[in-house]
Design a protein around this ligand. Structure first.
Ligand code: PLP
Length: 384
């Protein structure tokens, strides 16, 4: 029976402490959530600015639905491209300093579509080993030749570029690494691109809205710009809503419209979401106080956890992973926190490399100083 084999694989995963299960929330996303009838203080959403349940955005969604309905009804190239989509694309392009932008339904789909449209057989994709799963899947699906370099090891990447005889070369990287919280060395990556005539795809899922002037993202943080950079960011994290976009030169965008299969062959996101996202973008631009508060919380957490038996990974961002190592121990700690009313996800292989299971603590501007103090206290408690 094929079910027997499936069950066996699931059981093996469970034995290794790697089986995943979902928890159902009975409240909106926020630091204070209700799960299985119990309240928890949560440190595991990517809602970095606390916009996911913002009253102004809820009102904008209601108004957007009243004006535009609930569904797009077709793909963008058929009859699903609405005025709010178009306006949002123009605003996003201006915000991140690129000539044009294109909305995708999700970040996962954006990455799949971009890599497949920009690289194929005979081309080479160069990728950081700790890139997000969507970039990894994207390069495999593209059928291009793949070269992976050690995390942030640009000497190794330079060698790979040197030896490559592909005409089209594409470097792909997370800007803020999703499970580590550290940054890609974008200025040096861009310099390598210039030297080797390569493209640079930057996935800023965790930088957009959080880093850079007015939250314009990691390119602004490093103050770099180049037509070689294809910038991608998601709209379901700091922006608090759903979706993703790519910003690039017009020729690149035109290429995506024509060749990115995950753009062409899918229903457009509801135009009402594009209405909300325009307001979300305004909140991001005006959200300096939120970012200042978030940075203060990050500092407080790092100071407070510096004497634990487990090291915090080197990160200045809202992603603050505590490196545990063993999957079962990470799971046990996550469970211990839960018993104390705190929700922190244990991230295990295959999401992260073997032997590097971690508690992925994420902070949000919606947290208070007291929230962070509670987490610091509970972790010290568990360390004893
Ligand atoms: C979350 C994430 C994605 C996927 O974005 P979705 O909109 O959730 O599909 C892509 N890349 C990175 C680095 C991410 O963290």
């Amino acid at each position: 029976m094929p079910f027997g084999l499936l069950q066996q694989t699931l059981d093996e995963r469970a034995e290794q402490g790697l089986r995943r299960r979902r928890r159902t929330l009975a409240s909106p996303q926020s630091p204070n959530i209700v799960v299985d009838g119990k309240p928890y203080l949560s440190f595991c959403s990517n809602d970095y600015l606390g916009l996911a349940a913002h009253p102004g955005l809820i009102a904008a969604l209601q108004q957007g639905a009243a004006q535009w309905g609930v569904g797009a009804g077709a793909a963008h190239l058929v009859s699903g491209h609405f005025e709010p989509h178009h306006q949002l694309e123009q605003q996003l392009a201006a915000f991140v300093g690129k000539p044009e932008a294109l909305l995708f339904s999700t970040g996962y789909m954006a990455n799949i579509g971009i890599v497949q449209a920009l690289a194929g057989k005979g081309d080479t994709v160069f990728a950081d080993k700790l890139n997000h799963a969507s970039l990894n899947d994207a390069m495999q699906l593209s059928r291009a030749h793949v070269q992976r370099y050690r995390h942030n090891d640009l000497a190794q990447l330079a060698q790979q570029l040197e030896r490559s005889d592909s005409v089209r070369k594409l470097i792909i990287t997370d800007a803020v690494f999703s499970m580590e919280g550290d940054l890609a060395r974008l200025p040096e990556l861009l310099a390598l691109c210039e030297r080797h005539d390569a493209w640079l795809l930057v996935d800023d899922a965790h930088g957009f809205g959080v880093l850079g002037e007015q939250g314009r993202g990691t390119l602004s943080h490093f103050d770099i710009r180049s037509p070689r950079i294809v910038y991608m960011a998601t709209l379901g994290k700091a922006a608090g809503v759903f979706g993703a976009f790519v910003a690039a030169e017009s020729t690149v965008i035109e290429t995506l419209v024509n060749h990115a299969r995950s753009y062409v062959y899918t229903t457009a996101t509801p135009p009402a979401l594009a209405v909300v996202l325009q307001d979300s973008l305004r909140l991001i631009a005006q959200g300096e106080a939120l970012r200042v508060h978030l940075r203060a919380l990050i500092k407080k957490l790092r100071t407070g956890l510096s004497d634990l038996p487990w090291p915090l990974m080197l990160s200045d961002t809202a992603i603050q992973p505590l490196l545990i190592g063993d999957s079962k121990q990470a799971l046990a700690l996550s469970e211990g926190l839960r018993e104390r009313g705190l929700w922190v996800a244990a991230i295990r292989p295959p999401t992260v490399p073997q032997g590097t299971a971690r508690l992925r603590i994420t902070l949000s501007a919606a947290h208070t100083e007291t929230d962070v103090e509670k987490l610091i206290g509970a972790l010290h408690d568990l360390a004893r």
